[in-house]
Design a protein around this ligand. Structure first.
Ligand code: GLP
Length: 244
């Protein structure tokens, strides 16, 4: 669906998340959410915080798994996704900290394969993701699944694309300071979610959105894999949709 602006789109996505949480609450079940970082979901999280503070939406039954984290990365560092999630969402709601999962950017290199398998196992142990929200990078990455990622890939250590590192250079005060690697859920991990919402705003995403939605399916643009799934919805603002 296409909305006139990111604010309206974000409120609609937050409302869907809130409805899922409330439906699960009514059944005495957990809502298992896959969460994303970056500028795109910031207003969704702000609206969820507002729903918590002003309308009493509780997150007590919510379990979250974040898509990715830079590697290496200290959780307290300004650019860490742990910090991002705290500042934008977790510090402002009543979620139980034991229900929060974010890939650990401090794990020893040799322990990463086992750590990633455990991340997958934990997602499964909650019955899988009910809803995964996604942004999209200008390389067509979802999570940090860069061009070349296999459609059945699992959580793993990946090498970041040069364009991704350039796009992150402002946050790190120069591209040379951007980590070269990240831990990310795989395309296969994301696909197991029962519902997927990919959000994109602004003109600078128009070109990659055209490729993702209308381009030939290929590992060159990992987001094209989403075309295979009927449980995916693209939520766009008019600018991001302008080349469709
Ligand atoms: C990062 C994240 C992605 C995100 C992308 C787009 O690389 N790992 O999950 O979708 O950036 O970021 P933004 O939303 O800031 O445009």
């Amino acid at each position: 669906s296409v909305f006139p602006d990111p604010a309206k789109a974000s409120v609609a996505v937050a409302q869907r998340i809130a409805n899922l949480i409330k439906d699960k609450q009514a059944k005495g079940e957990s809502a298992v959410l896959g969460l994303a970082t970056g500028a795109t979901p910031v207003r969704v999280y702000a609206e969820l915080v507002r729903l918590h503070k002003e309308e009493g939406l509780s997150f007590k039954n919510v379990v979250t798994f974040n898509l990715d984290e830079y590697y290496p990365m200290h959780p307290e560092a300004a650019q860490s996704y742990v910090r991002f999630m705290k500042e934008n969402l977790f510090s402002h709601i009543d979620i139980d900290p034991v229900n929060i999962h974010i890939p650990d950017g401090t794990i020893a290199l040799e322990d990463i394969p086992a750590y990633c398998l455990e991340y997958e196992r934990q997602i499964s142990s909650y019955g899988g993701l009910d809803l995964q929200i996604l942004g999209i990078g200008r390389t067509g990455h979802i999570g940090f699944n860069e061009p070349g990622s296999a459609p059945n890939s699992g959580t793993r250590l990946v090498t970041l694309d040069d364009l991704t590192r350039r796009d992150a250079s402002f946050d790190f005060g120069g591209k040379e300071n951007v980590p070269t690697k990240a831990i990310t859920m795989g395309i296969g991990t994301i696909f197991k979610a029962r519902e997927i919402i990919l959000m994109a705003w602004n003109q600078k995403k128009a070109e990659i959105i055209k490729k993702a939605v209308e381009g030939e399916m290929s590992s060159d643009v990992p987001a094209t894999y989403l075309q295979q799934s009927s449980s995916v919805e693209f939520v766009l603002d008019a600018d991001a949709a302008s080349e469709l």
